[in-house]
Design a protein around this ligand. Structure first.
Ligand code: F6P
Length: 342
């Protein structure tokens, strides 16, 4: 039996660890032939395949990126994209496809499952915004990198008596900002789920100054926005799933603080540094558990499902329940974090 595997959307540390686990268990336990699909849905539209044997997965556990490549291709936006995919799956005799992706890639997987594609999902994204699972793999690594960055900014902010602003990714959710902000002791955390008031932000900085702390660390999620405004975009235009490129809120906040207060600010946009490179041990283990569970689902013929982490257990959830809503930040945790603001 032949099983395909693809990774779509933005890369996340741990994709290769998932591929390694799927291939290893698929070959060793089930005697499957594993087929890699290049560049997400693009490779399935074009019929761009590579063979994945045990040699191909050697040394993958700690490697960032994706050996298969990835793309933000939405086959529903391509002429005859869906027919081409279904034809290529049939011609290649794939009995199942493991789809590693976030909300866009898995949204397509669900629609294709409804059209007859036997597929299972693996939750991947540094944003941690997928419903049905406590954690997506890649998130822990991003939080770790953002926390380490905050630690480094802390010392230079303190030495120069400045406000340092760290802008992190996360798209429409503030998971990375919240968790790294707590771990890195940020003086203020700003997330998309709670539009901010710049005067309140300045109030926290003043509060710190009043108790002799003449520096502050702000962590802001790229999707955070001032009250009554839309999110700040880096450029016009959207991808094939309709998402704009976010970015710039850190600079906006920096300028507004300097207008209102006599304090120097500096802005660091962490960008793709939080997505590249090796996964943490947590993400390597989670990705490995996900990969093993995904090939088990294929073996059981449990298509239309995604593997997930709930508590400390790997479970499976229906793709239809995953794609209908975005998992936003737990606002109770945000409220608790506020005790450290200012
Ligand atoms: O979804 C993952 C993510 O890293 C978001 O946090 C971010 O907004 C986006 O992808 C960036 O995408 P790109 O790699 O296309 O710049």
């Amino acid at each position: 039996m032949k099983v395909g595997i693809l990774s779509g959307g933005g890369d996340a540390p741990g994709i290769n660890a998932v591929i390694r686990a799927v291939v290893r268990k698929g070959i060793r336990n089930y005697g499957y032939e594993l087929v890699g699909i290049r560049d997400g849905w693009q490779g399935l539209i074009e019929g761009n395949f590579i063979s994945l044997d045990l040699e191909a997965i050697s040394g993958l556990l700690s490697r960032g990126g994706s050996i298969l490549g990835t793309s933000r291709t939405n086959p529903f936006k391509h002429e005859r994209g869906i027919q081409k995919i279904l034809k290529n799956v049939e011609q290649k005799s794939l009995s199942g496809v493991v789809v590693i992706g976030g909300e866009d890639t898995l949204g397509v997987a669900y629609k294709l499952y409804e059209k007859g594609l036997p597929c299972v999902g693996v939750p991947k994204t540094i944003d941690n915004d997928l419903a049905g699972t406590d954690y997506t793999f890649g998130f822990n690594t991003a939080v770790h990198i953002a926390t380490e960055t905050l630690d480094r900014l802390h010392t230079t902010a303190e030495a120069h008596h400045r406000v340092m602003i760290l802008e992190v990714m996360g798209r429409y959710t503030g998971w990375i900002a919240l968790e790294a902000g707590i771990a890195g002791g940020a003086s203020i955390i700003l997330i998309p789920e709670k539009p901010f008031d710049i005067d309140e932000v300045c109030g926290y900085i003043k509060q710190r100054q009043n108790r002799g702390k003449i520096f502050s660390l702000i962590i802001v999620a790229e999707g955070a926005r001032p009250k009554g405004c839309t999110e700040i975009r880096y450029s016009s235009g959207v991808d094939e799933f309709g998402h704009p490129r976010l970015g710039g809120v850190g600079y906006y906040i920096g300028k507004e603080i300097e207008k209102r207060m006599d304090i120097e600010t500096r802005v660091v946009v962490l960008g793709h540094l939080q997505r590249g490179g090796s996964p943490t041990a947590f993400d390597r283990i989670l990705a490995t558990r996900y990969g093993i569970a995904a090939i088990d689902l294929v073996h059981k013929g449990q298509f239309g499902h995604m593997v997930a982490l709930q508590g400390n257990k790997i479970v499976s959830v229906q793709l239809k329940d995953v794609v209908k809503k975005r998992k936003t930040v737990d606002l109770r945790l945000y409220e608790r974090a506020k005790v450290f603001f200012g």
